[in-house]
Design a protein around this ligand. Sequence first.
Ligand code: F0G
Length: 422
Amino acid sequence: MSLSLSADQPAAPADAEDGVWLECIECGETFAPFADVRYTCDECDGLLEVRYDDLPTFEDFAAAADPDQGVWRYADALPLPSGVSIQEGATPLYDVPSLEADLGLEALRIKHEGMNPTGSFKDRGMTVGVAVARELGVDRLACASTGNTSAALAAYGSRGGMETLVLLPAGKVAAGKVAQASLHGARILEVDGNFDACLDIVQELAGQGEAYLLNSLNPFRLEGQKTIGLEILEGFLADYDTVPDRIVLPVGNAGNTSALYKAFRELVQAGALEEDEVPKLVGVQAEGAAPMVEAIENGADEVRRWDDVETRATAIRIGNPVNAPKALPGIRETGGTAISVTDEEITDAQRDLAGEGIGVEPASAASVAGLRKLREEGIVTEDERVACLTTGHLLKDPDAAAAAGREPEPVPAETAGVLDHL
Ligand code: F0G
């Protein structure tokens, strides 16, 4: 199977361009990467992956001297040499001593993707995806979004000089994200339906040639998101001389789960990582939107679409994770798992991180909430070194932050009154 950890490096087909091509994960059909616009396989409608005839190692990345280059330091693992960039990537890998001790782990680090230019990991995908759009010569970009994708698409699209169209579930997108999409100049279409309905519509619009689709169904976007995994591994190698045992991340459409797994598979194929060193991937969903967890628990090969989804973590309020065929093998082949958490557990984890000075939006805190649960259940053990991914910044969802935090205390406008109150 092409998504197995032990799959061999494939030989370049005739339609490869500079050693890069697209391949269907279901039937193996190959396509030239930039000749036509396509998101899925022409033959069987399966998901596509970008493939390379020459895969880089850590030495190749180290040779790209400037670590501040972020995503594009990993150009050897990307389909283009440069992108439409606003200096994305190179995010902090924070230590969290109190939380590490509290959870009882050998090491715990927080990869805070909220520190990207628009405040989420989506920037890593957009810097590549929008560059590919330019290469393809399209002029209108579109996405469905729970918010962060729309903010990133609006920013990168405007930077690339392209028109942007975003479809959002009305009333279910956090304020910061709508504000970003709006100011960066996207046309915001508020759909009377959930995210999955928005994605159905935008896929049809893209299929009719109305716009270039930049959801994570787009295989080029996931290439940029691989760099999260590469940075985590390099960070752990530098600090502990070993890669993490486990990476815990929130799951919505399962794009990151797929992208991290692809990054690790490619390192194994390049001979840079042993198969048994690959970190276990753990996906965390909110209880009210947990179709991936259901599939993992039932040993199912396919995910059942949930029509009614609800969670305070609006970023992952998703019932039909389109990347499941890539992500399920990722979780299984790495020996990982998937777990769901309640909204209360998510808010508690948001407070735990805030107590270490790290501000995240609710969906991001799901990773830490899931880790706590797995630690309590004894599935994660005290000798493990773990990385948690926090995917978006606190300011994305100011209402959730204010609700989880302390109430302001009204005081009179004079020092004596303030002292009195204190
Ligand atoms: N965390 C945040 C903050 C997100 O915005 C998303 C996805 C996820 C996690 C889930 O990531 O899809 O790779 O499993 N947000 C998308 C959006 C759906 O439209 O912004 P995934």
